[in-house]
Structure formats: structure tokens, C-alpha cells
Design a protein around this ligand. Structure first.
Ligand SMILES: [Zn+2]
Length: 114
């Protein structure tokens, strides 16, 4: 789901009319996409760093990997251990995203009630 362009992302929610702006709820970037959330958003830089560390701990050949959707998928299919680490990372990002999204929804409904 995270890589398909759907899910809890601003650009998708905006497209289906559930959000007035496609911007990232975390950093305010113009367009929130899965790529943005996973590879670019500065608010999850710490999570990307710990993912990189966790993967390097089991596979030192990954220290020079340039992250993109392609390398991400390739790493995930290397072994069950690799995929568990990557999936945990995606899960953590989605978790954070849903928390951010419900905060936005809560503040939007507060505004509309006034
Ligand atoms: Zn962002």
C-alpha cells in the first residue's frame, strides 16, 4: 500500500476530495506522496537513519545504497530478515502519518465548528 500511491498521503487524500491541500501534514512540503514520506520528508530523517543502521547491521553491503523505491524493493526481497526490517520501517512511518492525519482532521473539524 505504501508504495502504490494510495494510503494516507496528502496527494491521495486531496485527489479523492478528503483534504483541501495535497501538502505534507508533517513538514508542509507542497506535495505529500509515498515517496515524500519514505525518502524525502525531513521529519522522518531520524527514522530513515535508524532503518539504514538496522540494515547495515545485518548486511554491510547496504552502507552505500542510495534509497529509492527501486532499491527499497530490492533490499526488501533479499531475505526475510531484510523484509522484516523494511516493513517495520514502513509501518512506523504509516503509524506516524496516521497520527499526523488525525491531528489535521481534528483541527479542521474544530475550525468548521466555529
Ligand atoms: Zn513532509
Amino acid at each position: 500500500m505504501a508504495l502504490s500511491g494510495h494510503g494516507n498521503f496528502g496527494s491521495y487524500l486531496h485527489r479523492i476530495g478528503k483534504r483541501v491541500t495535497p501538502a505534507c501534514p508533517d513538514c508542509g512540503a507542497d506535495e505529500d506522496t509515498p515517496e515524500h514520506a519514505i525518502f524525502i520528508c525531513p521529519t522522518v530523517a531520524d527514522m530513515r537513519q535508524s532503518l539504514r543502521q538496522a540494515l547495515q547491521n545485518i548486511d554491510s553491503s547496504l552502507s552505500q545504497v542510495e534509497w529509492s523505491a527501486t532499491t527499497f524493493a530490492a533490499v526488501m526481497f533479499k531475505s526475510v530478515r531484510h523484509s522484516k526490517i523494511v516493513l517495520q520501517h514502513l509501518h512506523d512511518i504509516m503509524q506516524r502519518r496516521f497520527t499526523a492525519e488525525s491531528t489535521v482532521a481534528a483541527s479542521n473539524s474544530t475550525i468548521s465548528l466555529r
